[in-house]
Design a protein around this ligand. Structure first.
Ligand code: 1PR
Length: 530
């Protein structure tokens, strides 16, 4: 039996599902006393540092937690819960942490690498521990903008370090108290094994110093991610199916193409090695997710068997139902997180938000991007962009940012700009991809899913010009999407652009190329991969 500290924020379902999968019973903390009396306690940190600390304070959990830790009773913190052990964080100035470990948590510096760090990286063990002795060759899943550094005053806590531009603390342990910056519940089989080690009766306790922090050890590298995308909608018979369009047209002879069942396909991609799974509810702009229980059900069922990150998009916007009840976009996103999503993706609503932001020049704090990223952190907010090329003869022919293209238009136009669309490409707006991407970054989104309507379903390869243009304008991670037709296309996209991840749909659904074939090809070219 293990006790879970669920303080009502974000995706705790994944940790719960991982523990259940390992055959261990989960009990919830219901009162402050439960924190002290639990045999083993897991504290999954989700949300911003400030949110976590304020929820702990509101519920009266802060003091019992500190007491439990000082009593050296088995404790495992995950992600922000590692950061909460420190004295404070740059993320939420003025809010004290638990103060168990000396030092403050900082933000990754802007530089060569995108912030947040989203993806699979290694750990370098600095001590011997039964918790995870043989996992240095395995990549584990990280998602964070803030880190604890290898401060000499907290050196005796450092269990493992990882490189992301700088060397940061990826795990701490002292006696029976341990915490990880990575997410074991999202790190596939190795992550589950690490969790299992914590759940074993004799896993904690004594540890031996192996590679003190002072000692230089080999650098770790973040891997490029391969993402499988499932576009989901109802078919003519009312069943939710995975579909796939050609340049966003998903119908063939009047019928919605049916390429499989969402939960089964997601499980298959997890087992085949996908680094992440994305569900897009492609008619979400007209449906309302909180009434769309089947979509929530898909997430819940998928998260029972899939232990890599899940992103869900479609219909994240504010909504008033037929009885006049209002739901904010934060309510909608929260429902998705509770159902098992790690990230939500916003399409149409991001375009409308940035249009207003550009017109007024002011942040309102009320947009879906701002609300969700304030509560759950930027890393939980992805913007899905659906752009289409618009050709011009000269940059002077438009007020939008153009590029000189190697693929001229039908009338020999040498320049193009990328126009953003809403409602699944049905409506084009007077905003270009650079305005949208930079606007969303300023408002607080943490990642961009960069589709391309011209390339979607064509199997002709990714649009490097588009990807390079956007990548050059933002400092958050970019997922290249649309057009993959072979394993070689993935190799090319990582060689020709700095995209952190590449996503495909059609080739995986039609079993034309397997995920491990893609990974083998990418690794053979010396590109870091899980
Ligand atoms: O506007 O917030 O409700 O979100 C709707 C979401 O649904 C957006 O993310 C939008 O991209 C997506 N969407 C809407 N209509 C379609 C459609 O296809 N008719 N799908 C659609 C977008 C694009 C990709 C696709 C890649 C890879 N799908 O995600 O999976 O292009 O495909 P490929 O490898 O087969 O080329 P909102």
């Amino acid at each position: 039996m293990v006790t879970l500290l669920d303080y009502g924020a974000g995706n705790i379902r994944s940790v719960r599902n991982a523990i259940i999968k390992l055959g261990v019973e989960v009990r919830d903390v219901k009162s402050p006393e439960d924190i002290i009396t639990a045999d083993k306690l897991i504290f999954p940190g989700v949300g911003s540092f400030g949110l976590v600390m304020s929820r702990l304070n509101e519920k009266g959990y802060t003091e019992p937690l500190i007491k439990r830790i000082h009593q050296d009773k088995p404790f495992l913190g995950i992600c922000v819960a590692l950061q909460a052990l420190y004295e404070g964080s740059e993320e939420s100035p003025g809010i004290p942490g638990l103060g168990v470990i000396p030092g403050r948590v900082r933000r990754f510096p802007e530089g060569k690498l995108s912030v947040p760090q989203i993806g699979w990286n290694n750990i370098q063990l600095r001590q011997e521990t039964a918790l995870m002795n043989s996992y240095e060759d395995e990549k584990l899943y990280f998602v964070h903008s803030y880190y604890a550094n290898c401060n000499p005053v907290s050196e005796n806590w450092v269990l493992a370090t990882t490189d992301y531009g700088i060397n940061f603390v990826s795990a701490v342990q002292k006696g029976n108290i341990a915490a990880f910056q990575f997410h074991p519940e999202k790190s596939g089989q190795p992550g589950l094994m690490i969790l299992q080690n914590f759940l074993r009766p004799d896993s904690l306790g004594s540890i031996e110093i192996r590679n003190p922090v002072k000692e230089e050890i080999a650098e770790t590298k973040i891997a490029k991610r391969i993402i499988a995308c499932l576009d989901v909608r109802c078919n003519n018979r009312g069943d939710l199916v995975v579909t796939k369009g050609d340049q966003y047209d998903v119908k063939e002879k009047g019928e919605v193409r049916n390429l499989g069942k969402p939960v089964e396909l997601a499980k298959r991609y997890y087992e085949e090695g996908a680094d992440e799974i994305t569900f897009l509810n492609i008619t979400g702009f007209r449906d309302f997710p909180m009434q769309d229980q089947p979509m929530l059900e898909i997430l819940k069922r998928t998260s029972e068997n899939v232990f890599v990150p899940l992103t869900i998009g479609g219909g994240i916007k504010e909504f008033t139902d037929s009885e006049g009840k209002k739901y904010s976009s934060l309510d909608v996103a929260s429902e998705y997180f509770r159902s098992g999503a790690d990230k939500i993706s916003i399409g149409s609503d991001a375009v409308f938000t940035v249009e207003k932001y550009l017109a007024s020049g002011k942040k309102t704090g009320k947009s879906s991007i701002e609300q969700i990223s304030t509560v759950y952190g930027a890393q939980a907010v992805v913007i899905s962009i659906d752009p289409r090329r618009v050709y011009v003869h000269s940059p002077e022919d438009t007020h939008h940012t153009t590029i000189e293209t190697s693929l001229p238009g039908q009338d020999g136009q040498k320049y193009c700009w990328y126009q953003c669309t809403v409602k699944g490409g049905r409506e084009a707006r007077d905003i270009d991809v650079i305005q949208l991407a930079t606007g969303c970054e300023e408002l607080g989104c943490g990642e961009i899913l960069l589709n391309c309507i011209d390339k979607d379903g064509t199997n002709s390869g990714f649009d490097f010009e588009l990807i390079n243009m956007v990548k050059g304008a933002v400092s958050i991670p970019v997922i290249a999407s649309s057009g993959a037709g072979s394993a070689a296309h993935f190799v090319q996209v990582f060689k020709e652009t700095n995209a952190e991840a590449a996503l495909a749909a059609g080739i995986f659904h039609r079993k034309e190329v397997a995920i491990n074939e893609v990974k083998t090809a990418v690794a053979a070219d010396g590109i870091e991969i899980r």
